[in-house]
Design a protein around this ligand. Structure first.
Ligand code: SF4
Length: 382
């Protein structure tokens, strides 16, 4: 990495009870239970975002819903409102531990919702493993695995005849719907016992660089299917939003259509809906150019940003043939994993990275927004 000023790594994720300061106020992150919002919850969040925040609502890459522009003064009333909707945990610690991403493609006939309730209870129990704030679980237990690329540490996923317990590696351990949650919790305790909390950034991947998994991880995982695109799914309509952000009015309009499943792809699945109505700001087509760009809040909304990100991403979207991640700094919040193309803002202009993360090694440095929009740099790189 050259010429990148190191971003501040917080080591924890904001929650509702423990919000994070950003350039436009406090960011209050709500974790929907089992990845689902009832219409009343979604409508309530929309009202609270308009009343106590700046009306902007983000979807996060961990399938959470973020209210922006909250103030110290408005935060207590917002929490009271969210508590009334059943969206607040007993403590900030309990909230931080309930870090579970659930496949939005679950059906009543699969074990996903039952496992989500069981895992939620296990992580709230007095003897729950004391895990680092970014440590997360995935329930990818619908017909096909689709959540292989999310940032997490322990997966329970569909594996043919059995469920599988897995980490990032290609091999997994067969488990049953009956013992799956107990096995996942046991693996979390193993992670702590092996010193994983103080290892690297307190993530499973850091520990596994030098520590083999315990016995039993010998079954190959099923190949993951591609991330779904906006449009019809067996469970309803999947809809996207420019940069995963919407106005409170948009969420209120969606709440009238049915329960909402929150995805880690910054999209919502509207349960049982056959066709999405023409609500402004909704991405309903798989070929929408805005789906090719990912951009974090950037300047001025984020205090760590070296440049504005979204206007540049919006300007570049029509010329792209592959995914572009524009990041306001090397932290890469909007897309922690590698992207085909990444532009990272630095104090000395944008760095262009091929097949890497926002902190990867640049092919080019010192690029201005004008260089990028007025010359075919992005379409001509190998
Ligand atoms: S990646 Fe973007 S949102 Fe994250 S800290 Fe950097 S500038 Fe802020």
């Amino acid at each position: 990495m050259t010429n990148f000023q190191s971003p501040i790594v917080q080591g924890w994720c904001p929650g509702a009870l423990r919000p994070m300061q950003s350039g436009d106020g406090l960011v209050v992150r709500v974790r929907p239970r089992a990845g689902r919002l009832t219409p009343d919850q979604a409508r309530g969040i929309a009202q609270l975002a308009a009343l106590h925040g700046n009306g902007l609502i983000d979807l996060s890459s961990r399938a959470n819903v973020q209210l922006r522009g909250v103030t110290e003064a408005s935060h207590p009333a917002l929490i009271d409102g969210l508590r009334g909707l059943g969206l607040i945990d007993a403590s900030a610690e309990a909230e931080a531990r309930r870090n579970i991403i659930v496949t939005p493609l679950w059906a009543e006939t699969d074990p996903t919702q039952r496992l989500a309730a069981e895992l939620t209870a296990a992580l709230a129990a007095a003897d729950a493993p004391d895990l680092p704030g970014k440590f997360g679980f995935v329930l990818d237990t619908a017909a096909h695995p689709v959540l292989r690329d999310v940032s997490a540490d322990i997966w329970l996923e569909t594996g043919g005849e059995n469920l599988l317990l897995a980490t990032q590696g290609p091999l997994a351990k067969p488990v049953t719907p009956e013992n799956a949650v107990a096995e996942a919790i046991a693996l979390a305790h193993w992670f702590i016992a092996q010193g994983g909390v103080t290892e690297g950034r307190g993530r499973m991947a850091s520990l596994l660089k030098h520590q083999p998994l315990p016995e039993g991880f010998t079954t190959p995982r099923l190949p993951a299917t591609a991330q779904p695109t906006p449009g019809m799914q067996p469970q309803g309509q999947l809809v996207g939003f420019e940069f995963g952000q919407m106005q409170a009015d948009t969420l209120a309009a969606l709440a009238d259509l049915g329960p909402l499943r929150v995805t880690p792809w910054r999209m919502l699945l509207i349960e049982g809906l056959a066709e999405a109505p023409p609500i402004p700001g909704l991405i309903t087509r798989a070929d929408d150019p805005m789906l090719r760009v990912i951009a974090c809040t950037g300047a001025p909304g984020c205090l760590q940003a070296h440049a504005a990100t979204r206007p540049l991403a919006r300007a570049l979207a029509p010329q792209l043939t592959e995914t572009l991640h524009v990041s306001g700094c090397a932290k890469g919040c909007a897309h922690p994993t590698a992207a085909p193309l990444t532009l990272t803002a630095t104090p000395g202009g944008f760095a262009l990275i091929r097949d890497g993360t926002a902190s990867g090694t640049p092919l080019r440095e010192g690029l201005s927004a004008t260089d990028l929009t007025e010359t075919p740099i992005l379409t001509e790189i190998p």
